[in-house]
Design a protein around this ligand. Sequence first.
Ligand code: KG4
Ligand code: ZN
Length: 330
Amino acid sequence: MSIVLGIESSCDETAAALVTDGRVILAQRIASQDEEHRPFGGVVPEIAARAHAERLAPLIEATLADAGMTLDQVDAIAATAGPGLIGGVMVGLVTAKALAMATDKPLIAVNHLEGHALSPRLADASLAYPYLLLLVSGGHCQILLVEDVGQFRRLGTTIDDALGEAFDKSAKVLGLGYPGGPALERLALQGDAKKVPLPRPLKGSAEPHFSFAGLKSAVLRAKQSGEYTDADIAASFQQAAIDCLIDRTRRALAKCGPVNALVVAGGVAANKAIRGALEALAASHSLPFIAPPLSLCTDNAAMIAWAGVERFERGQSDPLDVAARPRWPL
Ligand code: KG4
Ligand code: ZN
């Protein structure tokens, strides 16, 4: 059995996890910084980096203690090396380098997006390559064909905002606080999705890309007009977002060739209406629909450790001078 320690610090979660090649999460801890960033309505990079620097080492110690283990029993150390806020990425990667050096274990520099992309295989042993992945969170909005470890084809991306960002910005317009995605979904339950005419940007276009900036601006205009209730605006926004998502994903399915499943990951995958619509789309293509448990969908270290496991099993590791990368497309 091999065991990998995973470290995640690329945004506003400080996280560590111990995962085995048998898909067992021995322990995992996540310290969220929502409280620190809430007054600013978004993540402040400098504050995030400082918080990671304070919390990461004790968090790793606690994670090892939870599993009743010492570092000697770990086979490899994996950390997010990008993409993300560079201060935070450096805290995590340099910590991993120090641990790898001190214990003489291999270092595995993980692409955060690869962590998200492979996490469904941690949750579901039956999920085989290739699969179509919709990665939708506050920072990411991509449609990826996942062919193997390190082998991805990006079919679609956003030309402006990520989907979670559009939820958060629309929620802010409606005075719902930060991060507003979950609150907007709750409010939408009380509204009529047909009340507010909103655009479906890029719907029907040939390449499966996304655009949400225009939708967000239309939400602002609807609110300022005073003609609609907040619940109707929320419901109409969510329906417009779903229509875009389904149209774009259907387009990607038409382009990607045979796949084993339609998979969704990222924080927005928590949205029940979105899950339901994707499940129906998968069914109409006779594909299994896979959504990992929410704890694996949002930023976490188990997904980084798992990407480490998949790489470790293939004999892959990285030198101690591997770079931290603010941008690192798959
Ligand atoms: O993956 P995540 O925790 O962090 C990154 O952005 O990487 O995703 C957080 C995003 C936020 O934009 C949040 O508003 C959105 O996911 N989100 C939701 C829901 N729950 C979280 N958006 C819509 N409906 C939800 N229920
Ligand atoms: Zn993420």
